[in-house]
Design a protein. Structure first.
Length: 255
């Protein structure tokens, strides 16, 4: 197991956003979290990435407890993420946005960076070449000098994924990656993520409402009900589970 979530609970005052959630993600696996909006899945992502501290429970990455660490330390240990609402630097180019992802692994000291010493320039050349390689891999290298927010929604999503890959993660967290995409873009994204998983030796943990996308992509799925786990299994098993169908997926099944 690369990631283990053990009895995670998060309380906000009198509200319990996540209630004893437990699951694990295996190396090389694509694991999905599904549930309605407001049911705790983004809170769980924020706990995994260090933006929130759990009220109870622990998060382990490769058997090391990481819950409670600062977000930048968690990134350095091998977790990167994208967001439900795409977060790109509007004044920066595509290439500049991706270069930011390398900052977590800078190979020079503050002193070397401030005075522009040789090791600073060497690192800058290395990451610029690596950023261009990632953009080419995602087939958006033609836009490297364009302002990131001027691209189409699907292309912006790729820029955000490129920035996450630049952090050299072991596991990539994707918050509703197919949201706002048309069917052709969704199909392309699923194929891209499958390929990236193998080529970058990644595990993927994703939140998604599009069950066709989940069924195409995920090895296993966990369903949360008001922050509590109610069902886990393959997409086929989850979709056919009577409690899940009754609670969430009736509309998908009828479609």
């Amino acid at each position: 197991m690369i990631l283990e979530i053990k009895n995670i609970t998060k309380n906000f005052g009198g509200v319990t956003a996540v209630n004893g959630a437990s699951f694990s993600v295996e190396t090389g696996e694509i694991f999905g979290l599904i549930c309605p909006n407001g049911a705790g899945k983004t809170t769980l992502f924020n706990i995994i990435t260090g933006n929130y501290k759990p009220s109870f429970g622990v998060v382990e990455l490769n058997k090391e407890v990481i819950s409670g660490l600062k977000p930048y330390k968690i990134v350095r240990k091998g977790i990167a993420r994208t967001f439900q609402n795409i977060r790109l630097f509007s004044s920066m180019s595509v290439l500049e946005n991706v270069l930011i992802g390398f900052d977590y692994h800078a190979k020079y000291t503050f002193f070397e960076g401030m005075f522009r010493l040789p090791r600073f320039f060497k690192f800058e050349r290395e990451i610029r070449n690596k950023a261009k390689e990632i953009l080419k891999y995602l087939e958006i290298d033609a836009f490297e000098n364009e302002t990131a927010v001027s691209l189409s929604y699907g292309q912006q999503r790729k820029v955000e994924i490129a920035r996450a890959l630049a952090a050299d993660p072991k596991i990539l967290l994707l918050d509703e990656p197919a949201a706002g995409m048309n069917p052709a873009e969704t199909k392309e994204l699923a194929a891209l993520l499958q390929k990236a998983k193998a080529d970058f030796n990644l595990a993927l943990l994703l939140i998604e409402h599009d069950m066709k996308f989940v069924n195409q992509l995920c090895d296993r799925v966990l369903v949360l009900d008001y922050g509590k786990s109610i069902c886990e299994g393959t997409p086929a098993e989850v979709i056919s589970h009577k409690d899940v169908v009754a609670a969430y997926l009736g509309d998908f099944i009828s479609d």
